[in-house]
Design a protein around this ligand. Structure first.
Ligand SMILES: O=C(O)CCC(=O)C(=O)O
Ligand SMILES: [Fe+2]
Length: 318
């Protein structure tokens, strides 16, 4: 079947059941694909024979960067800043997990466009984050070409603040500023998620949605779809660690931007400058294969300067 909706990720497409047979998925890949399609998340064993050694090295190298006394089993581990963003820049193991070839290849097949990792987050404890969808932080045009892969770097019990998510919430509307009645471009926010929280809570109530916990085994990973509502549950025992790595992925041939600070209707997008972790190369903002540049308001001064120079040189252009 020819896909008449190439601007919708395959696993998010209403046509997915008809398109799936042509993808040549093995049994486990098919399970992952159908879980993503129906539930918005999928659990799998992270495909890296060196994973345990990588996890040991990452914990050793990143540990001293936190204000946590890891040596004392009774110490409070939930102190200070408990996340490191983009450790892949200096840590080859964080980078290897983010750029795992089997994960990139599977995501590329399931979305119908080449996938690439663009951001990593490493946590030694639970994040205790409220329910949110990552799509207010980083989204794409066309939408939904983004996903997260959460990797358990140790066993996670119920008291360690496990990841939680609302199955099926990926099918709810992708919230943007227009929908919640605010202007985003040029706005100032402590947290990009805050203005959206009441709407997410109302959607959960309207759907009578119940969160599920991911009580992960070390080495298990969970893919979440761009719009799946998720967060970190309360860490009941602050003496525990909960080492994890989150890698966020985008897909080729999209515009990459931050919806919380954008107004799509007026074309005012806070564009992102995205480099792929896998090859370090810039992924320009593309729309239907053509580079998207910020519109005239931002290009204005440069253009008028060009016009002035043109006039001074006696050229009568633009
Ligand atoms: O690990 C968690 O508790 C949630 C992390 C998260 O929401 C994210 O990285 O997008
Ligand atoms: Fe998140």
């Amino acid at each position: 079947m020819n896909n008449p909706l190439p601007g919708v990720p395959l696993i998010e497409s209403p046509l997915f059941p008809a398109l799936a047979p042509a993808l040549g998925l093995d049994e486990d890949q098919a399970r992952i694909a159908f879980d993503l399609h129906h539930r918005g998340y999928a659990v799998f064993d992270f495909p890296d024979p060196q994973l345990d050694a990588r996890i040991d090295r990452i914990r050793q190298r990143l540990g001293p960067r936190f204000a946590i006394d890891f040596a004392d089993p009774q110490s409070n581990k939930c102190v200070g800043d408990t996340r490191i963003q983009d450790a892949w820049r200096e840590d080859a193991d964080v980078r290897a997990i983010a750029a795992n070839p089997a994960v990139m290849s599977l995501l590329s097949t399931l979305y119908g466009r080449p996938a690439f990792p663009f951001q990593t987050l490493n946590f030694p404890v639970g994040t205790q984050q409220h329910a949110h969808s990552d799509s207010v932080h980083f989204s794409s045009l066309p939408e939904r070409f983004m996903c997260g892969v959460w990797l358990a770097m140790e066993d996670v019990g119920a008291d360690a603040g496990p990841l939680f998510y609302y199955p099926g919430s990926h099918r709810w509307p992708v919230l943007n500023n227009a929908m919640i009645g605010r202007r985003g471009h040029g706005s100032d926010l402590g947290s990009a998620q805050d203005p959206f929280a009441p709407a997410w809570a109302a959607l959960c109530a309207a759907h009578d949605a119940r969160p599920e916990l991911f009580l992960a085994r070390k080495g298990q990973a969970l893919i979440w779809c761009a719009n799946l509502l998720h967060g970190g549950s309360v860490q009941h025992d602050p003496r525990l660690t909960r080492w994890s790595q989150v890698t966020h992925y985008y897909f080729d041939d999209c515009i990459y931007y931050t919806p919380a600070f954008s107004d799509e209707a007026t074309g005012q997008l806070q564009l992102r400058t995205i480099h792929a972790i896998s090859d370090g190369r810039l992924r320009p903002n593309l729309y239907q294969g053509i580079e998207h540049r910020p519109p005239a308001t931002q290009a204005g001064p440069r253009r008028s300067l060009r016009r002035l120079i043109g006039r001074a040189l006696g050229r009568n252009r633009g």
